[in-house]
Design a protein around this ligand. Structure first.
Ligand code: G6P
Ligand code: MG
Length: 218
């Protein structure tokens, strides 16, 4: 097993819990169109781009819109989502994340962000985490979303790291699939029963340290 050179992090659900705000904003959109969006349905949207998420929601509600209407609704959803995100402070960073990234820095491991979100930089700024990542691959840079490996391969290339020497941290099934398709090691953040294709699954970073990662992939 080659040594670990870089760690690539998803944003939503890994660094910060923005999933609750996505849900509120998508649910409002569904309600405006005359149907509801359940929590379970919202799970299907994790790691999926804004416009793809909208298509899934419209299909769930059996609603057809023109391209122009879709764009309008997506823009409206994003404004609501961002207004909610603006309530966040650095204290909203998920437990243990900052400490784990500090440990990586001390250990000489490169760090990057790999997210489908077009709001990634704004959110990182909001929680004062922008400086923790040497590269940011976000929804503005990628041309094909997770589970395609593009997002993480771009991150590895930016960091001049070999995919086999990269570890990806992901909370979404589509994200784990993306990491594995890129030939990387995948740490699932969440439940083993959901993230079945991850190499290991942890509940979060609160009790996870640099040495634990090294031991897991030794
Ligand atoms: C992440 C989230 C998705 C979201 C996507 C796009 O992958 O898990 O729920 O739809 O980013 O986010 P954006 O901020 O660009 O709407
Ligand atoms: Mg995520």
């Amino acid at each position: 097993m080659p040594s670990i050179e870089a760690c690539l992090f998803d944003l939503d659900g890994v660094i910060v819990d923005t999933a609750k705000y996505h849900y509120i904003a998508w649910r409002q959109l569904a309600n405006d169109l005359g149907f509801d969006l359940t929590h379970a349905q919202n799970e299907l949207l994790k790691g999926i781009s804004r416009m793809e998420s909208l298509e899934i929601i419209l299909a769930l509600g059996g609603v057809k819109l023109t391209d122009e209407e879709k764009l309008q609704r997506a823009t409206e959803k994003n404004s609501r989502y961002l207004a909610l995100c603006m309530q966040m402070t650095p204290a909203d960073t998920l437990p243990g994340v900052r400490a784990f990234l500090d440990e990586l820095k001390k250990g000489g491991i490169k760090t990057g962000l790999g997210s489908a979100s077009k709001n990634a930089k704004v959110i990182l700024e909001r929680i004062d985490m922008l400086s923790y990542f040497e590269t940011i691959v976000d929804g503005n840079r990628i041309t094909i979303g997770k589970p395609d490996p593009q997002v993480f391969l771009m991150g590895a290339a930016d960091l001049a790291a070999l995919p086999a020497q990269c570890v990806v941290f992901e909370d979404a099934l589509a994200g784990i699939q993306s990491a594995k398709a890129a030939g990387m090691l995948a740490v699932g953040i969440g439940e083993k029963a959901v993230l079945t294709q991850a190499d290991i699954v942890i509940p979060g970073f609160a009790d996870f340290h640099f040495q634990d990662m090294e031991a897991a992939f030794a």
